[in-house]
Each structure stands twice: as structure tokens, then as C-alpha cells.
Ligand binder design. Structure first.
Ligand code: GDP
Length: 473
């Protein structure tokens, strides 16, 4: 364990709440807490992983009535002794029930007794430096805190428990074995034979490369998971686009009226639908118009369609299909990949006259299960919509355990580097390069992968990563 001082911070949100927690970590954590705690027993006498009831007192200020140290808050204090703790150091957590001002007072007292303010992410950094978690796991802590939907949270938890790190380590071990073998063979040609080795190596590296490709491919899904799916809601005026956005967002975000053409600009909204996050863009209704502002809106609608990951095309199913509806449907394949498109036959609570078959007559390429019925007004049909979206973007893999998605740009970059080095080795084998030259790129690949878990650590990288954390974590 590296030598360190004792740090403290408020670990809960900086707002008044029922409970606030102060966390202390380091060799003097228990002594510092003891200096301000009065309970049945001293904390230093408590067993690890136990909790004690008592008071935080200011030992330097006497209460004029009792002449005892002034009580500041009634608390529960947990004691965790190294090494089975978050940081692998002694950790004390004080559950206070004062508001934020009182928490800050108590923290100041703790600083006076010998702890120093923790930097952002310093608790997790210590966990990393003390070898309890690797860098990828530390980053997963931050992602878990920031997760906006439960799939993203589940993925972060999977990474925190080491699912990604395990796969990276496995790849690195294989690489290291080959590097070591080549070095040994070059040093001791009598005992190690390199004849035919290159072909064998190529096979192994192709397997590794497939693993890398799989991880890299998951980064697209990883981005949907973490950042959300950019979703454009398009359709004719009055089809129910704003109502759909409101139904999804669960509040009145867009202005709903029954005068066609009231949504003239694009609105954006992040909503959680089922297990995923949609970044919704509500667009102006698409129709022919002489109104200039409305025309600009229509232009924007088309451009947001081109930029979107998902297009929800809303149609008013209570009216028969007319020429403009057909034009809109025919427009879809030229603005987007139909694979990213869902057609929503809205207003199914009224007597629907527009059918799925009619849509398919105009747009035969549209898959039948991508044409859904819904009522934005009654919020019906949204479950099926969310189910369909998950299947479209996550290929159903989401339910399986152990599947990790690359959600971190730093990891993706390192994987890209590893892939490039691996390609150079495979290329080198094809060009019959000598083994000693191959080891250079094998080593580069090994190092690139090590950056993900932090085994190859670049200067200041850890500092930079942990500085992005929240206080008290
Ligand atoms: P937009 O122009 O496409 O954004 O359409 P709006 O969301 O403003 O809706 C136009 C009109 O249709 C409003 O009067 C809505 O209340 C109504 N509307 C929207 N969705 C439904 C629905 O599912 N059922 C019924 N009956 N009316 C709806």
C-alpha cells in the first residue's frame, strides 16, 4: 500500500437531506473520528464493519450548562478497518442528520483534528492506487453515478465488477505469452523452434483480433446506452408529434394545439423510455407551406431526420391516407435508412381508418413489426414502442449477463490502437517479417490494452481521470 495521509469529505449531495455522510479514509481515520465522537465505546475499540451510536462534539468548546464538550449532532458512525474497505485503508463513515451547514461544521472540525480535504475522486483513486480496482473499474464507478437509464447502470456495474478488465487481461496474457516465446526462441534457438511458428501465431492473432472487433463493435451500442438514442419525431401537422413527445416526457414540454403548424422550431428533450434514454427532437410538421418560417422548420425537420439514429414517423390513423401522407412515406427511404425507422399509427383511440397494410402498399420495404399502433393522448402502445426500440438498438443482447459495451471514449481509443498494432503484426507475418520485428508491434498492442486497465499508465492520466469525479467519491 502506498503511504498516505488521512482525507475527509462529505460523500452525499450538497443539499439539505434526511441524512448526510462524511467519509474519512487513511491511517488516522479512526483516531481523527474518535477525537470528535462520544459514544458508549471508543471507535478504536470497535470491531471492523460495525456501527456505533453517539454524538459529534466539539472538544474545544464547552457547553456553558454542562461544562462538557458541546454536542453538534446525533450520529451513527461506521468503522471499516483496512484492507477490506473501499480504499483499502481504514475508513470511517459518519451518518449525520444535520443539514448541509452542520455537515460542513463537522467536516471543519475533522480537518482541525488532522484530516485534510479530499480531492474530487480521491477515495476511488486510492482504491486504484492500492490495487483494489483497476482503472477501467474506477471509471465504471463514475459512469454508474452518472448513468441515466438502468441499462447504462447495469453495464457500468458489469464493468465495475471487472467484466471488461477480465477480457482485456485475458488478451494481454495471450500476447505476453507469444512475446515471451519469441524472445526465448531468439535467445535459445536450440531448445525453441520457430519453424512454422508464424502460421500458428497468425491463427492466434486472428482470434484475438476477432475479440477486439467485437468489443469495438459494441462501442456503437455503448454510445446509445450512455448518451442516448437521438430520435427525431416526424410527421404531418396535427398527427400528434407534440402529444407523443409529451407522453414520452411525462409532462407538457411542447405546445399542443389543434391548429396545424404550431410547432415551428425543433425542441429537444431527453427522456427515459423503458430501459433506454431517447434524445427526442420534435420537429415542425412536414407539409407544403408558403409561410417562410414554417418552411425553415420543415427544412430542419428533414435535416434532423438525416442526423437521427431513430425516426419515429407519426401518422394520424383516424383519417384516411391522402397524397401528402403518401409523399411523406415515400420521402422516408431517401432521408434515412428504413432500418432506423418506426411508423406510429397514432390516435388509435379514435376509430382508426388507416391500416398497416395501406402503409405497406406505399412502402413495401417497411418491416411489418416496425409499424405500430398507439395513442399519444391516452399513452397507449408506448410499452411496445420501447420494446421495439430496444430490440432495434441492442439486438436483444442486453438481457444476457456478462456482455459489456464499450462506453468510454478512452477505452475505445486504446482498443483502436491495439487493433492497429495487431494488424501490423498480421501484415508482417504475411510479408514474412522476422520474429524479432514482430515483437515490437505485439508489445505495442499489449501496452495499448494495458492503458484500459491502467497497467500501462501514462503520466498524469490517473490524475486527469480522477479529477472528473464528484467530491467525496
Ligand atoms: P402535432 O402537430 O403533430 O405536434 O400534433 P399535436 O400533438 O399538437 O396534436 C394535434 C391534435 O391531435 C391535438 O388536438 C391532440 O390533442 C390530438 N391528438 C394527438 N394524439 C392523439 C391521440 O392519440 N388520440 C386523440 N384522440 N387525439 C390525439
Amino acid at each position: 500500500m502506498f503511504q498516505s495521509d488521512t482525507i475527509a469529505a462529505i460523500a452525499t449531495a450538497m443539499s439539505n437531506a434526511g441524512i448526510g455522510i462524511i467519509r474519512i479514509s487513511g491511517p488516522d481515520a479512526i483516531a481523527v473520528a474518535d477525537a470528535v465522537f462520544r459514544g458508549k465505546r471508543r471507535l478504536s475499540e470497535m470491531e471492523s464493519h460495525s456501527i456505533s451510536y453517539g454524538y459529534i462534539v466539539d472538544p474545544d468548546v464547552k457547553d456553558p450548562l454542562t461544562s462538557k464538550p458541546r454536542r453538534m449532532d446525533e450520529v451513527l458512525v461506521s468503522v471499516f478497518r483496512a484492507p477490506r474497505t473501499y480504499t483499502r485503508e481504514d475508513v470511517v463513515e459518519i451518518n449525520c442528520h444535520g443539514g448541509i451547514l452542520m455537515l460542513q461544521e463537522i467536516l471543519r472540525l475533522i480537518f482541525k483534528k488532522g484530516a485534510r480535504p479530499a480531492e474530487a475522486g480521491e477515495f476511488t483513486k486510492r482504491a486504484f492506487l492500492n490495487g483494489r480496482i483497476d482503472l477501467a473499474q474506477a471509471e465504471a464507478v463514475m459512469d454508474l453515478i452518472r448513468a441515466e437509464n438502468d441499462l447504462s447502470a447495469r453495464n457500468s456495474l458489469e464493468q465495475l465488477s471487472g467484466a471488461l478488465s477480465y477480457r482485456i487481461r485475458e488478451m494481454r496474457q495471450k500476447l505476453l505469452y507469444e512475446i515471451a516465446f519469441i524472445e526465448a526462441a531468439l535467445d535459445d534457438p536450440e531448445h525453441y523452434d520457430l519453424d512454422g511458428y508464424a502460421t500458428e501465431l497468425k491463427g492466434k492473432l486472428e482470434d484475438l483480433s476477432a475479440g477486439l472487433e467485437e468489443l469495438l463493435a459494441s462501442s456503437r451500442e455503448g454510445a446509445y446506452l450512455k448518451e442516448g438514442i437521438v430520435t427525431a419525431i416526424v410527421g404531418r401537422p396535427n398527427a400528434g408529434k407534440s402529444s407523443l413527445l409529451n407522453a414520452l416526457a411525462g409532462r407538457d414540454r411542447a405546445i399542443v394545439t389543434d391548429i396545424p403548424g404550431t410547432t415551428r422550431d425543433t425542441l429537444e428533450e431527453k427522456v427515459r423510455l423503458g430501459h433506454v434514454t431517447l434524445n427526442l427532437v420534435d420537429t415542425a410538421g412536414i407539409r407544403e407551406s408558403d409561410d417562410q418560417i414554417e418552411q425553415i422548420g420543415v427544412q430542419r425537420a428533414f435535416s434532423s431526420m438525416r442526423e437521427a439514429d431513430l425516426i419515429l414517423c407519426v401518422m394520424d390513423a383516424s383519417r384516411p391516407m391522402d397524397r401528402e401522407d403518401r409523399d411523406l412515406l415515400r420521402e422516408l427511404p431517401s432521408s434515412t435508412d428504413l432500418g432506423h425507422c418506426i411508423i406510429l399509427l397514432n390516435k388509435m383511440d379514435l376509430d382508426p381508418v388507416l391500416t398497416r397494410e395501406e402503409v405497406r402498399e406505399v412502402l413495401p420495404e417497411m418491416a411489418e413489426d416496425r409499424i405500430l399502433s398507439a395513442s399519444a393522448l391516452r399513452e397507449e402502445g408506448l410499452d411496445l414502442l420501447s420494446d421495439r426500440i430496444e430490440k432495434m438498438f441492442f439486438r436483444g443482447q442486453i438481457q444476457e449477463n456478462g456482455q459489456v459495451f464499450i462506453t468510454n471514449a478512452r477505452h475505445k481509443y486504446a482498443l483502436d490502437q491495439a487493433r492497429a498494432s495487431l494488424r501490423l503484426v498480421i501484415d508482417g507475418i504475411d510479408r514474412q517479417m522476422t520474429e524479432d520485428l514482430l515483437t515490437v508491434d505485439l508489445m505495442n498492442c499489449y501496452e495499448a490494452l494495458g492503458k484500459i486497465t491502467g497497467e500501462t499508465l501514462e503520466d498524469d492520466l490517473a490524475d486527469e481521470i480522477f479529477s472528473k469525479f464528484c467530491m467525496g467519491k
